[in-house]
Design a protein around this ligand. Structure first.
Ligand SMILES: [Zn+2]
Length: 476
């Protein structure tokens, strides 16, 4: 299932509007791969303009119903059959049914034509010079029904690609069918850097040019964000994650917008104003926020207030733990967010305030307040021995996806007593942010017009344990 995680605090970003199928009569021969797998050959075409030519080689028993997860990018596919016939099939509402005896199909995703038609688009296509960014679901056709046994080989030529997956020998990607369903973000061309952490690697593609930043600074910024995730979890949550950075013309130099797209592993892409400076990246919260979404399980069905709340809470806390911002600054950001969230929520209950738009201010900040309260209560009932980090660690041991119910069970397991439902009852059915003043007072977080001061209070030791400097997460 596709999971979109978008921040709403990003400054508005202004993006400036920025017979072709191969005539070979036979598909390229199947190399070393698995004879039972579907084979995708993707070619990045540069002339006369950028496009992606896709060839899918079928095997006996291949499915015949195919579709584009996001319809609209491709009108027709060419189909070659055993009997030597070549047909052009129209794609109808994103779907196409292949005739019996189909050996392979080909189509072109006209990347630059799409960009002309739609304007630069995070999903349908954008880029600069020879580099392009696109979501896999826009251009990759896939079987309508993907069985767990379906294996896929994918090969890219014509440009260096950064896909969510690690390429194997000879650049061949060996995938499961479900990787075609949740295919993440893809980058082609551009420049690369490689951020090595003690327990993980970030593969980074820079898809365009900055006026005031070099690639070393961009990769140092992503390293810092990844290190901050490691103040929450014992290890970076995935051994290898791909990050695409796309410089874009933007009003001002500080605009950033990022998103994690669910794939296995998840893939991250971030838009950065092309005139951004080193100080812009130092102040940035978008990269660490997106990477913190890797630290919690994907909740299915989705519960945006909880996933955004966790990432938003930890965005401030992790930057204090790393020393990038002071504890006072972290609490200022939290109090400011709660205040803005409350202004937007008005008299509504938390439950009402988080319904409707998935990415409204109340979704982020009622969720962050709940996450803070949960962390404090876990510490309080365990005499500061356990914490919210431990809940994420416990859930991670159980796999990359979870449910709201399982999250609550994990909270109670870490607490050693029932805690989650009672805390939920103090938030969800009551006016949004009703718990805010009492919680901040107990923590010794005093906010007035002059800013935030941190003072001794009943739970100020717990507060110091939340934001205290550290380099590693739970259990350390
Ligand atoms: Zn988010």
């Amino acid at each position: 299932m596709t999971k979109l995680l978008a921040p709403v605090r990003a400054a508005p970003l202004v993006l400036l509007a920025l017979a072709w199928l191969s005539c070979q009569s036979t598909a390229r021969s199947r190399p070393v791969g698995d004879p039972a797998a579907l084979r995708y050959n993707v070619t990045y075409v540069r002339e006369p303009e950028h496009a992606l030519d896709v060839e899918v080689v079928l095997v006996r028993g291949s499915p015949r119903e195919f579709l584009f997860s996001k319809p609209g990018g491709v009108d027709s596919v060419q189909v070659w059959s055993d009997d030597g016939e070549v047909r052009s099939l129209r794609v109808h509402e994103g779907a196409v049914r292949l005739p019996a005896g189909t050996r392979f199909l080909r189509y072109r995703y006209a990347l630059d034509a799409r960009i002309r038609e739609k304007g630069p688009d995070f999903f349908a296509g954008m880029g600069e010079g020879d580099a392009r960014h696109v979501a896999g679901r826009e251009y990759l056709i896939r079987p309508r029904v993907v069985t767990p046994a379906l294996r896929v080989e994918l090969y890219v030529e014509g440009a260096e690609a950064l896909l969510p997956w690690a390429p194997g020998e000879g650049g061949l990607y060996r995938l499961r069918g479900e990787d075609l369903v949740d295919s993440g973000f893809h980058g082609f061309g551009g420049r690369r850097c490689h951020v090595g952490l003690p327990d993980a690697v970030l593969e980074v593609a820079i898809l365009g040019h900055f006026t005031r930043l070099d690639d070393v600074a961009v990769c140092a910024w992503l390293r810092q964000a990844a290190e901050e995730v490691r103040t929450v979890r014992r290890a970076f949550p995935y051994p290898r994650v791909s990050v695409r950075v796309i410089p874009v013309p933007a009003r001002g130099s500080s605009s950033l917008f990022g998103m994690v797209l669910w794939s296995s592993p998840p893939s991250i892409s971030i838009l950065v104003g092309q005139d951004a400076e080193a100080a812009t990246l130092e102040r940035d919260w978008v990269a660490v926020h997106e990477m913190l979404h890797l630290a919690h399980p994907v909740l299915l069905p989705r519960v945006p207030w909880l996933s955004e709340g966790l990432a938003t809470y930890y965005t401030e806390v992790a930057r204090a733990r790393s020393g990038r911002q002071s504890a006072e600054r972290a609490w200022e950001e939290l109090v400011d967010g709660f205040t803005r969230g409350r202004a937007r929520a008005g008299m509504r209950t938390m439950e009402e305030a988080v319904s409707g738009s998935d990415f409204s201010l109340p979704v982020y900040w009622t969720g962050a307040l709940f996450a803070l309260h949960l962390d404090v209560e876990l510490r309080r009932v365990t005499e500061n021995k356990r914490r919210l980090d431990d809940v994420l660690e416990l859930l991670a041991e159980r796999g990359p996806t979870s449910t709201f119910g399982a999250f609550g069970v994990a909270v109670d397991a870490v607490a050693g007593q029932p805690l989650f439902d009672a805390l939920l009852a103090r938030h969800l059915p009551r006016p949004a942010f009703a718990e805010m003043e009492g919680l901040l007072e107990a923590l010794g977080v005093r906010a007035d017009t002059a800013g935030v001061t941190l003072v001794p209070a009943r739970d100020s030791l717990l507060r110091e344990a939340v934001d205290g400097r550290r380099t590693r997460g739970a259990g350390f």
